[in-house]
Design a binder for this molecule. Structure first.
Ligand SMILES: [Zn+2]
Length: 88
């Protein structure tokens, strides 16, 4: 994709909200990422919003992660419990 404009336009809060998840996933191009970061510095509303999104994404990612060693996941515990009940 080509960028026809030399001037870096400021993005609106609306655009920021649309871009912020891609921003945290590192899915934005460097130019767009710069604009998002510039907006983040200037706009306290979006700064707060971005923090909330970051926390939400971290929580979602934690659910996907393997449980830490020595801590079987609830699904495994449930399966083990079921097996124990079957053998009775
Ligand atoms: Zn904003």
């Amino acid at each position: 994709m080509t960028a026809p404009r030399e001037h870096v336009e400021e993005i609106s809060c609306q655009e920021f909200v649309e871009l912020v998840t891609d921003y945290f996933e590192g899915a934005l191009g460097p130019r767009t990422q710069n604009r998002v970061e510039e907006h983040l510095v200037m706009c306290h509303y979006c700064e707060t919003y971005a923090e909330q999104i970051r926390a939400t994404m971290r929580a979602l990612r934690a659910l996907d992660d393997e449980p830490p060693a020595g801590e079987p996941s609830p699904a495994i515990l449930a399966a083990l419990r079921r097996r124990r009940e079957d053998s009775r």
